[in-house]
Every structure is written in structure tokens, then in C-alpha cells.
Design a protein around this ligand. Structure first.
Ligand code: FAD
Length: 416
């Protein structure tokens, strides 16, 4: 069923009784061409593009929980392509272009909102690094504007300009950045993949990876053995656990990242704004809640919950940026498990085991990458050749010394 204004109208006339479930709940077949481990954004997008762009639809997505239970349904919904490095920038811009056409492409309302992402700067040195990043973006054809203090004041008059510990000097703005409703992305890709024949199997945990003669042959799951030609790992925060099933040790650590939502307020933040003198980012949802977050908790964990010390740390940065935030009540907070790589950049590559493919290391920036990640991973699986924009995301780059350290903080996963 195609969603449209007409179908909403006609279904309304019929008492909304004719809507079909957006995807099926099939039992697993005994064999698939491709099994994708992880029904998060990246796994579902991979399945969608495998079926749609590369004609491979005999695919199963195995999800141990329910769709959207992982980071795809836990992130702060920010999308942007404001990267400095040549290995990163074209990939994230490719993703931005896919976001721009996504709702028409998969016929689902994902509330893509290009409301602008503004990174504040607070010193001359920071202005210079932002100017450099903005110039690199523009050289790649990506939009970037360096704003001075008065231009920022016009956009965000409620920030602390007069008496701040870290006075705001200006900001780097990417107008095409913004937010997307995260769980609708999972649902849209799931529906699009399912309608092309992909089996999405929820409550199906992969517990083992079977290998014969150096190649993978299938997965052990909580619903029995499933044979396959290729296995694609897209397990985000659980990547190390799943890869371990094939004897693969990854250059990745798992860390907790928390997010927060406040009570509903009248609209006052039109954009996504990030603090430059600490780690804090905020936007306002259509319901009026402030959606915000900050640093990861700083210790390794597979738990989807964080600690109170980080709540205080995030609130401190938030109030330093918007003093009036101190009077706002927080309604909810939650955590997600981040697959933090050693250089802060992702991995989309084959592994040394035949027919085992890896998509991981998204740190806390993988939501914005969802469309390009799915497209490039599908390209690699189908054509055995990396997509042009994802050539730098090699697994062996750590051994070869070709790191993609966007933040230049070194091999410190907790700092990326
Ligand atoms: C609080 C928070 C805020 C964030 N904010 C942003 C942001 O604003 N912008 C941005 O770009 N990124 C953000 N991110 C990062 C982004 O959400 C992730 O990088 C991205 O969602 C990871 O890819 P995914 O969607 O495939 O992950 P997930 O949704 O976690 O998918 C992985 C799936 O694998 C499943 N799985 C794991 N093990 C198994 C197994 N053995 N068998 C079967 N299934 C298994 C899990 O249940 C899970 O559903 C944020 C993350 C968090 C937690």
C-alpha cells in the first residue's frame, strides 16, 4: 500500500480499518543470500538498498529485540555533513543528499527538518579551526557559513552574551543540517525493505556464527540455525560481541551515551545548537521538548543506561550555554551503547573471513550516516567493491596508519 494524502482520506472514510501492518512478521527461512545481524538503522537501510538498488532481496534482517530498540530509537536525531577530512566529508554529504530525498524514496514521513546546525565558537583559535572546517566543506561543495557574534545573537537572543565564562564569539552554520524523526527512519526502511521481499525477524538473537573451510555458512540464533551466503554485521554497540562469535577482535570499545528530553515549551530554539566550550547540543522537538545531550559516560559498558554524574556534567554545560535552562524540568533520560572506534571514524569493509562483512564504529555520529551507510554497505556486499565515498573506512587502516581522526585526539575512543 502506497501512503499518500488520498490514502489517508479514503482510509478515513472507511473508519481506518483497511490499514495493513507496515511490515510482515515472517518465520525465518532455512537459507538466505544475505543475513544482516542487527535491525537498527544501518541494518535496515542496508537491506532496503540491497533490495532496491542491487536486486538482492533474498535477505533476512535479524534483530534480537524489537525494531528501534537500539541506538536508532535513542539518538538525539541530528543530521549534518560538516566534516573536515577528505575521507569523511564526501560520505556524510552523500548521506545528506539521501536524507533530502528519503521520504519520497521510501514513501514514509520521517519528518526530515533542515533547520540548520550551528556550532558556537568562543575564542579566536576556535574561530580559526571552524573557518578551516567551513572552507574544507565548501571546497567539497557543502554549504557552510561562518557567523559573527551579532549574527548569532539575531538567531539566538537568549544565549549568554554578556556575562558568560566562555563568551560567544560566533558560530559555524550548516543550514542544510537539522533533525529527522529517528524511529520513523527505522520504520520507513523496514517497510520499504519488507515490501521488496526482505524478511525482518524480530526477537531473533544471533548467538553464534558458523564457519566451514574459512568462510561463514550461517548463524545460530534463538530461533534456530539460519544458513546464508553472506553475513553482514550491523550491530552497533554490540559489534564487538557479535564479531567475537567469528573470532574477530575489533578496534572498538563500547561506551554509554545518554540523551534527555525536557517538558514541552513554547518554540524558542529553531535550530540545532552546539556549545563550543563544553560538550552540549540541543534542539526543540515539534512537541516542544528540548532534546539534548553531551559527553559519553566515559567508561566501557554494554548497559543501555548511564550515571548521574554525567547528567550533572551535561546539565552544567547546558546552563553555561543557555542560563534559562536551569528553570526547565527534565522529563526523561536514557542511554545507548556506542561502538567507539579508535580514531572516531566508522568501518565499512570486508573482514579476513570469507563472506563476512562489517559495518561498525559509528561512535555517537552514526544516525546522520544511516542512509549512506546502508547504501555503501549494500554496494560492498553486492559488488564486492567499496563505494567511492566509503573507501577510507577500511578495517586495516589502524594497522597501516591511515587513521581518520576528525577530532585529532588520538587512539582514545572515549574522547572521540
Ligand atoms: C543518546 C544517543 C544520542 C545520539 N545522537 C546522535 C545524533 O544526534 N546524531 C547522530 O548522527 N548520531 C547520534 N547517535 C548515534 C547513532 O544513534 C548510532 O551511531 C547509530 O544509530 C548506530 O547504528 P544503528 O542505528 O544501526 O544502531 P542500533 O539501532 O543500535 O542497531 C543495532 C541493532 O543490533 C541489534 N543486535 C545487537 N546484537 C545482536 C545480536 N546478537 N543478534 C541480533 N541483533 C543484535 C541491537 O538490538 C540493535 O537493534 C546517538 C546515539 C545515542 C545513544
Amino acid at each position: 500500500m502506497r501512503y499518500s494524502a488520498l490514502s489517508v482520506f479514503l482510509n478515513g472514510l472507511r473508519g481506518n480499518k483497511a490499514w495493513k501492518p507496515a511490515w510482515r512478521s515472517p518465520s525465518p527461512k532455512s537459507h538466505y543470500d544475505v543475513v544482516i545481524v542487527g535491525g537498527g538503522g544501518h541494518g535496515l537501510a542496508t537491506a532496503y538498498y540491497l533490495a532496491k538498488e542491487f536486486g538482492i532481496a533474498n535477505v533476512a534482517v535479524l534483530e534480537k529485540g524489537w525494531l528501534g530498540s537500539g541506538n536508532i530509537g535513542r539518538n538525539t536525531t541530528i543530521i549534518r555533513s560538516n566534516y573536515l577530512l577528505t575521507g569523511n566529508n564526501p560520505f556524510y554529504e552523500f548521506s545528506m543528499k539521501l536524507w533530502e530525498g528519503l521520504e519520497q524514496d521510501f514513501n514514509f514521513n520521517a519528518m526530515v527538518s533542515q533547520r540548520g546546525v550551528l556550532n558556537l565558537y568562543h575564542s579566536d583559535a576556535q574561530r580559526d579551526t571552524y573557518m578551516r572546517r567551513g572552507n574544507a566543506m565548501r571546497m567539497h561543495g557543502v554549504d557552510a557559513e561562518l557567523l559573527d557574534r551579532e549574527a548569532v545573537r539575531k538567531m539566538l537572543p537568549f544565549l549568554d552574551y554578556g556575562n558568560a565564562r566562555f563568551p560567544i564569539q560566533g558560530g559555524l552554520l550548516q543550514r542544510r543540517g537539522g533533525t529527522v524523526r529517528h524511529d520513523a527512519v527505522a520504520w520507513g526502511y523496514a517497510r520499504g525493505a519488507d515490501s521488496r521481499g526482505v524478511d525482518i525477524i524480530q526477537n531473533c538473537e544471533v548467538t553464534g556464527i558458523r564457519r566451514e573451510n574459512g568462510r561463514v555458512t550461517g548463524v545460530e540464533t534463538s530461533q534456530g540455525f539460519i544458513g546464508c551466503g553472506k553475513i553482514a554485521l550491523a550491530a552497533a554497540g554490540n559489534s564487538t560481541v557479535v564479531a567475537d562469535m567469528a573470532g574477530l577482535r575489533l578496534p572498538i570499545e563500547s561506551h554509554v551515551l545518554q540523551a534527555f528530553v525536557s517538558e514541552g515549551l513554547k518554540p524558542f530554539i529553531d535550530n540545532v545548537v552546539t556549545f563550543g566550550a563544553g560538550h552540549f547540543y540541543v534542539s526543540q522537538s515539534d512537541k516542544g521538548g528540548l532534546v539534548f545531550g553531551g559527553d559519553i559516560d566515559g567508561y566501557n559498558s554494554y548497559a543501555q543506561r548511564g550515571n548521574l554524574a554525567t547528567v550533572e556534567h551535561v546539565a552544567e554545560a547546558g546552563v553555561a550555554m543557555i542560563p534559562s535552562l536551569s528553570r526547565v524540568r527534565v522529563l526523561r533520560s536514557w542511554g545507548g551503547v556506542m561502538d567507539m572506534s579508535m580514531d572516531g571514524s566508522p568501518i565499512i569493509d570486508r573482514t579476513h573471513i570469507d563472506n563476512l562483512y562489517l559495518n561498525a564504529g559509528w561512535c555517537y555520529g552514526g544516525f546522520k550516516a544511516t542512509p549512506a551507510s546502508g547504501f555503501c554497505f549494500a554496494h560492498l556486499i553486492a559488488r564486492e567493491e567499496p563505494h567511492d565515498t566509503a573507501r577510507a573506512f577500511r578495517l586495516d587502516r589502524f594497522a597501516r596508519g591511515f587513521l581518520l581522526d576528525e577530532k585529532a585526539v588520538g587512539a582514545q575512543p572515549n574522547l572521540h
